[in-house]
Design a protein around this ligand. Structure first.
Ligand code: NAG
Length: 300
């Protein structure tokens, strides 16, 4: 009796295709926790770096952001909703290159000396939407500044001094929390841009919608999938021994993450572009199914 009782209780958990469930959302576990424990040696290293390289890195990174600001400001003047002119004016292309270089230098100063890129980024006409996962930190801005793709983000970010100007430069799709109708408008705007035939920059979307500690992929929000256009999945990895990157609601705070990351001599990051995923007729009709299938591909 006791054995059978245990067997039936265990059934639901093991019934959800064990292998799959582990890479997707493990039942009863919560990936929004990040416990960071430093060994004595790692603490000593952080102390040493805090007194030596950290202030220099912080200064250079801050300077790069300030340097980017006037360029982004000039380039983002004018109505944000207007379609970008085609082809881009020469001066805009120069500004784009400059900003990419400045941002790359900023990440370099932060210890991201080498960004490993695997696979090939699709053209805007092949995939207007890139879905990035797992989302675990503000360092996930690295692929955004490398490509200057648009992103979907909350409207309040527009008003952050300096960083807000850089954000406006990439022509994000803003989501307003106060606007009741905001979700529908966001999806419509994503659809409009996705169907522009490459006139708008690609949109990078973090379909998980929030940061996790990368142990699994949480359920994808359907926004990226409702337009029913092909998407290119992009997998992000930070294969570092000590994870100073992860920024979840329970764990180190934003400034602590910045400090500890800048105190690591070298921070590894990997961006893998997977093949473009074209939805079937059924997936076009059913965004939740489309989202779930792309999530499975990415979990692999
Ligand atoms: C990440 O979340 C998983 C699932 O809750 C947990 O088991 C793991 O300990 C967490 N990782 C860290 C480093 O906290």
């Amino acid at each position: 009796m006791r054995l059978r009782g245990r067997g039936t209780r265990a059934a639901p958990a093991s019934g959800v295709a064990a292998g799959d469930a582990r890479r997707l959302a493990p039942p009863g576990r919560n990936p929004f926790v990040h416990e960071l424990r430093l060994s004595a040696l790692q603490k000593a290293q952080v102390a040493f770096m805090t007194l030596t390289l950290f202030p220099i890195r912080l200064l250079v990174a801050a300077f790069m952001m300030l340097l980017a600001w006037p360029f982004a400001l000039v380039a983002s003047l004018g109505p944000a909703e207007k379609e970008p002119e085609q082809p881009l004016a020469l001066w805009r292309r120069v500004v784009d290159l400059l900003l990419k270089a400045i941002m790359r230098t900023m990440w370099f100063a932060g210890g991201f000396h080498h960004v490993v890129v695997k696979g090939q980024r699709a053209l805007p006409t092949e995939a207007a939407i890139l879905t990035l996962a797992p989302h675990s930190s503000y360092f996930d801005a690295i692929p955004v500044t490398m490509t200057m793709s648009s992103i979907v983000m909350k409207a309040e970010s527009r008003d952050i001094p300096i960083w807000g100007t850089l954000i406006r430069y990439i022509r994000p799709v803003f989501v307003s929390r106060s606007d009741q109708d905001s979700r529908r408008k966001t999806v419509e705007e994503i659809r409009r841009r996705a169907q522009s035939g490459g006139k708008w920059p690609q949109i990078m979307i973090f379909p998980e919608g929030t940061c996790t500690n990368r142990t699994c992929l949480i359920t994808f929000k359907p926004g990226a999938f409702i337009p029913g256009v092909p998407v290119q999945p992009v997998v992000l990895r930070y294969p570092n021994k000590l994870d100073t990157i992860t920024w979840t609601w329970r764990g180190p705070r934003a400034l602590e993450i910045l400090w500890l990351t800048l105190c690591q001599f070298h921070n590894r990051v990997e961006i893998e572009f997977l093949p473009v995923y074209s939805p079937s007729e059924e997936e076009k009709r059913n965004p939740a199914l489309y989202a779930s299938n792309v999530r499975h591909v990415m979990a692999e």
